[in-house]
Design a protein around this ligand. Structure first.
Ligand SMILES: [Fe+2]
Length: 264
């Protein structure tokens, strides 16, 4: 009973109401759990907002925008069962949350009313949204949705960490800095060098919170859409993150390059 005109507005509305119903029981838990689940609900909402901006900026049709919106809404649904089962959002010590998201989508049969081709687009974008680099063999049109969800996700993760660095260290939630020591003045030479070379800073070279900020800044080199670079520029996330890094010339130089990479 799939629609031949592609995903309808009503079908997207149904997905949004499904999401609201789906997350509700996960909020029935202890205070720390509620805080963490709320964080993911808020993240999903913000990623949906960014995705709408990307869809407009990249001139998607209404139908394509709805597929992109569904991708944004569903990309992190695996986070909820992940947190309930393991009490963590760290995939490395639990399970791949993108894989878990596909399980949720299938168990809940929420895409059943859509065309097969659209189901596949949404599932593939969700499945590959968190890979370090999406598989090269995947071609358009799937590629486009994968690129967009990866950009939208990054834009909201920047927001989260900019909000975090605005807080005094003693106000931050204990898990907020990912267990990394936050030592002012400390940043690893190899992370600075990686950023300066125009590459994404490798995760396994991160030793402290400033290294992680360098990694966040290096994501400018992993954005796909022109619109994402514009939003990032307008929101000033890179400048704000960089302002909390140690004052040293090699960092200043690497950051200037990163800012140049997103300038119009
Ligand atoms: Fe996400």
């Amino acid at each position: 009973m799939g629609s031949h005109d592609g995903m309808e507005k009503l079908q997207l509305d149904d997905l949004v109401s499904w999401f609201d119903r789906y997350v509700e029981p996960y909020l029935v838990t202890d205070d720390e759990g509620v805080k963490n689940i709320r964080l993911k609900i808020e993240h999903t909402r913000k990623v949906c907002e960014v995705m709408a901006l990307l869809s407009a900026g990249e001139n998607l049709s209404e139908n394509e925008s709805r597929i992109a919106a569904a991708t944004a809404l569903l990309h992190d649904v695996g986070r909820f069962p992940q947190y309930r089962r393991w009490r963590t959002f760290r995939d490395s010590i639990s399970d791949n949350h993108a894989r878990l998201a596909i399980e949720v989508i299938r168990e809940e049969n929420i895409l059943d009313g859509l065309d097969q081709a659209e189901q596949l687009l949404i599932e593939e974008a969700v499945r590959f949204h968190n890979l370090l680099a999406p598989p090269a063999r995947i071609q358009s049109p799937t590629r486009r949705y994968i690129n967009m969800i990866r950009d939208a996700d990054k834009l909201d993760i920047w927001r989260l960490f900019v909000e975090l660095v605005r807080q005094a260290p003693e106000e931050r939630a204990s898990a907020a800095t990912l267990g990394l020591p936050d030592i002012p003045g400390l940043a690893s030479g190899q992370c600075i060098a990686a950023l300066n070379s125009g590459a994404v800073v490798p995760l396994d070279t991160i030793d402290c919170f400033n290294d992680f900020k360098l990694l966040l800044i290096s994501w400018v080199y992993d954005l796909s859409c022109t619109t994402s670079r514009r939003i990032l520029r307008e929101r000033g996330y890179i400048t704000e993150l960089a302002a909390t890094l140690p004052e040293q010339s090699d960092i200043r130089e690497a950051v200037a390059k990163a800012l140049a990479a997103i300038s119009a």
